[in-house]
Structures are given as C-alpha cells and as structure tokens.
Ligand binder design. Structure first.
Ligand SMILES: [Zn+2]
Length: 243
C-alpha cells in the first residue's frame, strides 16, 4: 500500500529516512532546518534522494540560511505549494502519516529551532494534506519542546482533522513572498527532485511567489491550456468535417 510519510519536525527525521531509503512504496518528505549540515542532526541534504528502487522517494526540504530571518508561515506555505503537495499528489498515496513535531512553531529558542511557524498554519497545512488519500491522514505527535506551542499546534491540527471551521489565513500572509534564503533552499530541492517528479519541474518558476500570486499564475496557466485545448478541438472538428 503506497504510503506517504511527512516529517514536519524542525529536526531532520534521520531514522525514518533510513528505514525507507530504498523503498519506493513509501514516499518520505521532510521539512527541517538544515543550514548546510550545521543544524542537528546534520543529515537531510536535499541530495539525499533515496537509493536503488527508492530513488526519488526521499525528499528533503532542508532549509539553509540560519535565522536571517527565521523561517515562518510564508516559507512553509511556499514549501507546501511548490514541493510537498505537488509531489504528494503525483505519488497519490493510500494513506498519509505525519510525524507531527511542533518545534518549528514560534516560541522555541534558537538552539531548538528558532522558527516562527504559527499553530494556526499547521492547522491549515493539515487541511491541505486531507486532500490526499481520500482524507486518510494520521498524525503522530513526536516532538516539540515548548508546551504552549505543542498544545496550540495540536489543537489546530485536531480541529482540522475533525473538519471544524479553521480561521482563514491573514491577507498579509497570503500576499507575503517567502524570504530569499527560503527561495534558494526550495530552488535547490526543485532542481534535484525535478529529475523524478514532473509536478515539481512545473514549480521552478513560481517558488518565489506569494500564495496569491501563485494562485493567479496557476489560474492563468490553466485557462491558457483550456484555450489551447479548445482551439485544438476546433481544428480537429474542421478537419473531420472536411473529410
Ligand atoms: Zn525536533
């Protein structure tokens, strides 16, 4: 049964990566602070893509750039939009397992992550994951060091799982572009994983956009290809009537 394991702890999930490194039936995606190998545990380079039959089924979104600025909601939104969700949809899992570590949530001191993702955003991202695998999404709480952050983020995720109304994201967040260090980190992942996933190749030109800009971009692309299809079917029609 193809399953998809998402690791969202601020630290790389080195054990899970190792367990499925040669296994094409498990797609493993990890979002973590990496800093070119200088953040604990030091593994999780985007070049680590799997081995043998498992090649391309290990995806490391390793953030590099320290805390200048710390990665936050805009950066995680961009990662989900440009890398995580496209690959996950293309893989089309039967079940989604989330290693729900909440030390990327605001309130953790720099040595423990220092990122500023909000609890609310984790609820929003959980909702996005529910578009996969017919909604079969399982979260396992596995990390976090600040009790308030763990509590708030867990509550937001459970609310999302229960299908409760989630507070919409603010306009300023939807308009915010990911920071330059995040764009560079994501471009590296897109370049490496583009070899394995068509959907990620499509992201190459949009990683630096805000959520709303990317939405408009996709809308334009979709309506362009609809127009192309319409013209193609028209000319097909005229060809057949000429016969
Ligand atoms: Zn951690």
């Amino acid at each position: 049964m193809p399953s998809y394991d998402l690791q969202q702890d601020v630290h790389h999930g080195n054990g899970t990566q190792e367990a499925f490194y040669d296994d094409p039936s498990v797609l493993y995606i990890s979002l973590h602070r990496y800093d070119d190998g200088n953040f604990f545990p030091g593994s999780g380079h985007p070049n680590e893509v799997g081995v043998g039959a498992g090649k391309g089924f290990n995806v490391n979104v390793g953030w590099t750039g320290g805390l200048e600025p710390p990665m936050g909601d805009a950066e995680y939104l961009a990662a989900f939009r440009a890398v995580v969700m496209p690959i996950a949809h293309e893989f089309s899992p039967d079940v989604v397992l989330v290693s729900a570590g909440f030390d990327a949530v605001e309130g953790h001191q720099p040595s423990l992550g220092g990122y500023t993702v909000t609890a609310k955003l984790f609820g929003f991202l959980t909702r996005q994951l529910m578009s996969l695998a017919g909604g079969r999404v399982i979260l396992a709480l596995e990390g976090g060091h600040d009790l308030k952050a763990i509590c708030d983020a867990s509550e937001a995720c459970v609310s999302a799982l229960l299908g409760m109304e989630v507070e919409p994201l603010s306009q300023s967040l939807l308009d915010q572009k990911p920071c330059e260090n995040a764009v560079r980190s994501l471009q590296r992942v897109v370049q490496i994983q583009g070899e394995f996933w068509q959907s990620v190749r499509d992201s190459a030109t949009t990683v630096d956009l805000s959520y709303l800009q990317a939405q408009r971009h996709r809308f334009r692309r979709d309506s362009d290809s609809e127009a192309v299809n319409a013209i193609a079917s028209l000319s097909m029609g005229s060809l057949t009537s000429e016969r």
